[in-house]
Each structure stands twice: as structure tokens, then as C-alpha cells.
Ligand binder design. Structure first.
Ligand code: NAP
Length: 336
């Protein structure tokens, strides 16, 4: 085992797009677990749009990452030393271990994962936080009914591609919005009935074409113009699920809100935000269902794996440039 813990620290708070100066590579000694703790060798890091928000100062659903702290990140790793009765050496675990090679944990918020059921990186994707987001966001907040038209932005991404597939499983018509031909092809491949390429046609026009009878559920991952285009096509009693607004995360000025929000009133529609962590107690139920759908060939999962934490800033920017196909994951180090 290495004696050095390589880490990515938050060095500056970004304004707009986070540049390379925002992060710093650091080397520290590998920590020793205390009583009740265990040491994890981190194997995979999750790269998430939400990380951009965690870097900002100010009130949100979670404390910001402090300057000089290890960048917060979901991760999968192997327990290499344990002084905790619940997590034995050799167990594979999922938790918020941060962008670093080794982390000490007391087990809070950590769950064991089974590499014989699915590849480890999948526990950061469809069997992890993005999968839970898709499941609870669509089913609990969106409440789709058979025959509904479900419109999903970020349709080729980790959350969006899963939402579209769950909508199909539930007997809905799924329409995606994604950027570029390749992304749209991918969305069709996983089962979307129609796709709008917001880079090739104005989002509102595309949504009107692809949803001629209107939209019953809009699952919003991007905000901005796409949200406005979706609101313009709402049906009576529609549900708008506010999952994310990635088009706005690097906006250094004021956020672009929907100018046509009166569409909610006219259509007696509901727009509701949610945070997946509020469903933590029900993750087991969702994971079991998703695993079954995968086994039955009803749910396809794709991860986009990149190498090494030193290029963390570049990896993160892939999300904002639309360069990821499926769940973006960093392979941190070999499992040896
Ligand atoms: P992802 O969709 O795998 O990756 C992000 C995608 O966003 C990119 O591939 C890109 O796809 C699209 N994008 C980037 N900039 C855009 C822009 N300006 N306009 C439109 N699309 C843009 O990421 P994810 O992890 O699945 O997350 C999707 C959304 O869910 C994010 O907004 C995230 O914050 C949110 N989220 C919320 C919760 C919650 O609890 N509420 C939990 C997890 C994630 P294209 O190439 O198609 O543009």
C-alpha cells in the first residue's frame, strides 16, 4: 500500500466556469483509522454537476466545501484497514470519500456494495445516486401515468437516460432533449420515442414538434431555454420535476428563470424541486427494483470512465461541455 495520499483540494471559489486554478493537487500521509473507523482505498470517484454548487459559498441544501478541503465526491472503494465491526477488511463500500486516494470513515452514510452483482462503477451510476434521483424524481415527484408524455432534458446523461427508460417501463411516451446527433442517437438507443437536438433546432420548436399533444411530465435537468420550451407545451395538471439546471450553474450573473411561468397557472400544473438525499431511507427499495430491471434487460446502464484524479478540473468540465456519454466516473487507481 502506498504511504502517500494524493488529493484534490478546493483552492479557490470559482466565478463562472471553474478553471484549473480552482483546484490543487496535494500529497499527505495516508491516515490511520481510529477506534470505530476504517481506511478506504478509493477506486472510483463520481463526477457530478452538483459539485459546481458545492464550491459556492452560501446557503444551499448542503454545506459548501471549504477552501483547502478535499473536494467532496461520491466514491467506491475497498476497506484496507478496519477498526469498525460493521465494515471488514476487503469489503467494497460506497460513500462520500472525496477526490483522493485514501479516506478514513466512521461508517456514517457508507453502504457495502457487491462487485459480483454489478461492476463497481455502476454503483455510482444507475445503482447509485443518479439512479436514485431518476427513480424518485420521476415516480414520486413526477407521478407518471400510463400513456403520459414524459419529456426529459439531459436525455443522454446519467439521470436523464434512466428517467426516459423508467418512463417507458411505466407505459409512457418518452421524449428526450439532448445536445448533438451522437447524444440523440444514444437517447434513441436506450428507448426514447423521439429526441430533440437543442443544438440543431430551437428547443421550444423541437419540443412542439416532438410533443404534438403536449407534455404531462417534464423532468428538468438543464433549466434555461429548454425549461421555457417545456412550460409552453404543458398539458392540464402537468407535473414539472425540478431536478437540476446545469445550463445555469456557471452563470456568474443572474440566473435565467422561466419567463412563461404563468403556464403553470393556466394549466393547473405543479412544478416541484426535490433533493435525492431526502430519499436516503428508501434507496434500498429503488436499488433492488433497478437491479431487477437491468437483469430483465429493461434498463440499460452506461458509464463513461476517465483516468486519474490529477485532471479533475478537466473531467468536471466535460459535464458542462456535454462530453460525457452516460455517468461520468473517474478511475482513481487500480484495485491491487
Ligand atoms: P449528466 O446529464 O450525465 O451530464 C450533464 C449533461 O448536461 C451534459 O452531458 C450535457 O448534455 C448537459 N448540459 C451541459 N450544459 C448544458 C446546457 N448549457 N444546456 C443544456 N444541457 C447542458 O449529469 P447528471 O449527473 O445526470 O445530472 C443531470 C442533472 O441532474 C444536473 O442538473 C444535476 O445537477 C441534477 N441532479 C440533481 C439531483 C437532485 O437531487 N435534485 C441529483 C443528481 C443530479 P448534452 O450534451 O445533451 O448537452
Amino acid at each position: 500500500m502506498s504511504e502517500i495520499n494524493r488529493q484534490i483540494l478546493l483552492a479557490q471559489r470559482p466565478v463562472g466556469e471553474p478553471g484549473p486554478e480552482v483546484f490543487e493537487v496535494n500529497e499527505a500521509p495516508v491516515p490511520e483509522p481510529g477506534n470505530g473507523e476504517f481506511l478506504v482505498k478509493v477506486l472510483y470517484n463520481s463526477v457530478d454537476p452538483a459539485m459546481r454548487g458545492w464550491m459556492n459559498e452560501g446557503r444551499s441544501y448542503i454545506q459548501p466545501v471549504q477552501l483547502g478541503e478535499v473536494m467532496r465526491a461520491g466514491a467506491i472503494g475497498r476497506v484496507v484497514k478496519s477498526r469498525n465491526d460493521h465494515f471488514r477488511e476487503g469489503a467494497y463500500v460506497s460513500g462520500m470519500f472525496g477526490v483522493q486516494h485514501y479516506a478514513v470513515s466512521d461508517g456514517k452514510g457508507v453502504i457495502e456494495v457487491d462487485p459480483s452483482i454489478a461492476p463497481l462503477e455502476r454503483y455510482l451510476g444507475v445503482l447509485g445516486m443518479p439512479g436514485m434521483t431518476a427513480y424518485f424524481g420521476l415516480l414520486d415527484v413526477g407521478q407518471p401515468k400510463e400513456g403520459d408524455t414524459v419529456l426529459v432534458s439531459g436525455a443522454a446523461g446519467a439521470v436523464g437516460a434512466t428517467v426516459g427508460q423508467i418512463a417507458k417501463i411505466k407505459g409512457c411516451r418518452a421524449v428526450g432533449v439532448a445536445g448533438g446527433q451522437e447524444k440523440c442517437d444514444f437517447a434513441r438507443e436506450v428507448g426514447f420515442d423521439d429526441v430533440v437536438d437543442y443544438k440543431a433546432e430551437q428547443a421550444g420548436k423541437g419540443i412542439k414538434r416532438a410533443c404534438p399533444d403536449g407534455v404531462d411530465v417534464y423532468f428538468d435537468n438543464v433549466g434555461g431555454e429548454v425549461l421555457e420550451g417545456a412550460l409552453a407545451r404543458l398539458r392540464l395538471n402537468a407535473r414539472v420535476v425540478l431536478c437540476g439546471a446545469i445550463s445555469q450553474y456557471n452563470n456568474a450573473d443572474s440566473l435565467q428563470g422561466p419567463r412563461n411561468y404563468m403556464a403553470l397557472l393556466v394549466n393547473r400544473a405543479r412544478m416541484e424541486g426535490f433533493v435525492v438525499f431526502d430519499y436516503a431511507k428508501r434507496y434500498g427499495e429503488a436499488a433492488q427494483q433497478m437491479a431487477q430491471w437491468i437483469q430483465e434487460g429493461k434498463l440499460e446502464a452506461r458509464e463513461h470512465v476517465v483516468d486519474g484524479i490529477d485532471d479533475f478540473q478537466k473531467h468536471l468540465m466535460m459535464l458542462f461541455r456535454g462530453e460525457n456519454f452516460g455517468k461520468l466516473v473517474i478511475k482513481v487507481q487500480n484495485d491491487d
